[in-house]
Design a protein around this ligand. Structure first.
Ligand code: NAI
Length: 331
């Protein structure tokens, strides 16, 4: 029995989390779910959107499956997602982008992974007004932060049998911050002679990803570029509804879809649970339940390939529940 923290989140979170929980349970892997609520809905009761009990649960279980949590724009509390990553030092955000048969997309042959630094950069939250008319935000990189994310990317490539790591940066303009990232990547690449290494400026990377995404394998990059490029890659492989993700630190792993709480379709039984289900699949892999993970991936992708019971974002009319039932039946 594996203890796993489950944070349903808000918006479409509870819908896609429940679908995933059902599917993981149906594989036969025995998981003891510790359900923890976080986000705007718990502020009244706990005085914070991230109660201590959530962190305590993850620290105890070391593994969590998390639904999306809404972050108010401009006002209100800071992002629970960012706070969670900081509190647990989840420095590596991994976002695989893979085309599965049956998903409407311009490309057929993409299988790349974005490794995004998750704790530094402009997300450090050091932002202030200088007088009334100037706003300043500080971009922070540390050598330790650069080293551990680049090393993670190479180790990941080795573990997953991948052949190439590309470092993405803007070191031509930001010579200190991005310069340090690039220099670190070039230095560490020498420790991994079996993995091909190259680097690319972030704007050129965007163009190449649209022109020839099949050329790329593992892309490692600082926080902000990772945020943007991972959504770009989600678009290349069929949209936010199908892209899983995971956050890793030295001690903890939190699995979550790339997408947000999708307030425009929340509560309507319309959300595509694939992204969250694939995140659950990666969670099973992390627990060394490779066979169950493979069965789960096959069931999800078979239903998508058949195209009969898919959600609106993939051109179908099926509800979240109908898709989930189809995947469960396939499993
Ligand atoms: P979003 O990802 O929630 O939605 C963008 C568009 O994609 C919407 O049209 C939505 O309907 C669609 N979409 C997203 N997931 C889908 C799914 N599973 N099935 C079908 N369609 C889907 O991004 P948005 O609107 O920028 O953010 C909404 C809220 O979510 C914000 O408060 C944001 O801060 C938060 N957010 C939370 C994240 C997290 O908890 N990890 C990540 C990203 C955003």
């Amino acid at each position: 029995m594996y203890p796993v923290t489950l944070i349903p989140g808000d918006g479409i979170g509870p819908e896609v989390a429940l679908a995933t929980q059902r599917l993981v349970d149906a594989t036969g892997v025995r998981i003891q779910w510790d359900v923890q609520e976080a986000g705007g809905g718990v502020i009244k009761e706990h005085g914070t959107p991230l109660p201590d009990s959530v962190l305590t649960s993850i620290r105890k279980n070391r593994v969590a499956l998390k639904g999306p949590i809404t972050t108010p724009v401009g006002v209100g509390f800071r992002s629970v997602n960012v706070a969670l990553r900081k509190e647990l030092d989840l420095y590596a955000n991994v976002r695989p982008a893979k085309v599965y048969p049956g998903i409407p997309t311009r490309y057929t042959d993409i299988d790349l992974v974005i490794v995004r630094e998750n704790t530094e950069d402009l997300y450090a939250g050091v932002e202030y007004m200088v007088g009334d008319d100037v706003a300043q935000s500080i971009k922070i990189f540390t050598r330790k932060g650069c080293e551990r994310i680049v090393r993670f990317a190479f180790q990941y490539a080795l573990r997953e049998g991948r052949r190439r790591v590309t470092a993405v940066h803007k070191a031509n303009i930001m010579k200190c911050t991005d310069g340090m990232f690039l220099e670190t990547a070039r230095g560490l690449a020498k420790d991994y002679p079996d993995i091909e290494f190259d680097d690319m400026i972030v704007d050129a990377m965007c163009m190449r990803l649209v022109q020839a995404p099949e050329e790329y394998d593992v892309l490692v990059m600082p926080n902000l570029y990772g945020d943007i490029i991972s959504d770009l890659c989600a678009g290349l492989v069929g949209g936010l509804g199908v892209v899983p993700g995971a956050n890793f630190g030295h001690n903890y792993a939190v699995f979550e879809a790339v997408h947000g709480s999708a307030p425009d379709i929340a509560g309507q039984n319309k959300a595509n649970p694939t992204a969250m289900m694939l995140s659950g699949m990666h969670l099973l892999k992390h627990l060394d339940e490779a066979t169950a993970a493979q069965r789960m991936e096959r069931a999800i992708t078979a239903v998508i390939a058949e195209g009969q019971t898919v959600t609106g974002d993939l051109g179908g009319t099926a509800s979240t529940e109908a898709f989930t039932e189809a995947v469960l039946a396939k499993l």
